[in-house]
Design a protein around this ligand. Structure first.
Ligand code: ZN
Length: 286
């Protein structure tokens, strides 16, 4: 028989332990998480998680050390719910109220998560037929104090997608087309033998012409790149404007919504649980 009433506290504890054990069970320890030394020994366990002690620096650590939620006093299940709401692009105020955390905490969590996702969401290589487009976003100083200027620059956002299930969308340069930076940030990722399909921009069209040489292929368009302007406007609208200094982070998050495979909060939690994704609160500029 299914027990109808599960004590919420017990359930919460269960979710927490399950997540921690399951997520971290497979994460291998290769060196001390604090000094990087190889000289460490097992040092008991805490809440079912194996701990280690480093013989070089004398500190103890587990494979949770340096994960995104390291040092957070809040339970992991609140982080999980926060990520769920973030995927739904709920406002900070909404998340804070719903999860009973402060708006400031919600702000820092959002940026810790965005920063963690940024690390490798942009593809290192682009292969095959590569669709490239640009869009211009006007500079936004939201949240910045002491802005003396009323001038807003144009930010060039470049979108590029090859055959792989990934996409590049990044703020590349300010004001005007900069060929050198384009080559460094975008073109350098393009594999030899690829074919460039340009959209709506004479500079990108010129790059494509030079790259493709005499090769002319049948043009099959990719709506994610072709309509990048509309896609960004639509996706960004719940955020009510994004400060330019965070634009790159938000665009890395946007990429995850543009993959062929569907991702959910569990994928994001697993992804954020591995590797060194920890960022100190003070490293997030306010
Ligand atoms: Zn150490």
């Amino acid at each position: 028989m299914i027990q109808k009433k599960v004590k919420s506290k017990k359930l919460k504890q269960h979710i927490n332990n399950f997540l921690k054990k399951d997520i971290y069970k497979n994460k291998k320890i290769e060196c001390c998480q604090i000094c990087g030394g190889k000289n460490y020994i097992k040092h008991g366990s805490y809440k079912g998680i194996q701990r280690y002690k480093c013989k070089d620096c004398g500190k103890t650590f587990s494979n949770m050390t340096n994960s995104l939620w390291s040092y957070s006093k809040k339970d992991l299940d609140i982080w999980v719910k926060f990520i769920e709401l973030m995927i739904k692009r709920k406002s900070l105020r909404f998340c804070a109220k719903k999860l009973k955390i402060s708006v400031t905490t919600a702000f820092y969590w959002r940026h810790k998560i965005l920063n963690g996702l940024k690390i490798d969401s942009v593809p290192k290589k682009l292969e095959g037929d590569i669709h490239i487009n640009k869009t211009i976003i006007v500079e936004n100083f939201k949240g910045c104090r002491n802005i003396m200027t009323t001038k807003r620059s144009n930010i060039w956002v470049i979108a590029a997608k090859g055959n792989e299930d990934s996409m590049l969308v990044m703020p590349a340069f300010k004001h005007c087309w900069m060929r050198g930076i384009f080559y460094e940030k975008v073109y350098s990722r393009i594999e030899k033998g690829s074919y460039i399909i340009p959209y709506n921009d004479r500079y990108i069209t010129a790059v494509a012409k030079e790259h493709n040489k005499k090769l002319i292929k049948e043009r099959k368009e990719d709506d994610r790149v072709k309509f990048i302007i509309m896609n960004i406007i639509k996706w960004f609208s719940p955020f009510k404007g994004i400060a330019t200094k965070y634009l790159e982070e938000y665009l890395s998050f946007f990429i995850l919504f543009n993959l062929d495979r569907k991702i959910d909060y569990v994928d994001i939690i697993c992804y954020l649980s591995f590797g060194n994704r920890f960022i100190r609160t003070k490293e997030i500029g306010l």
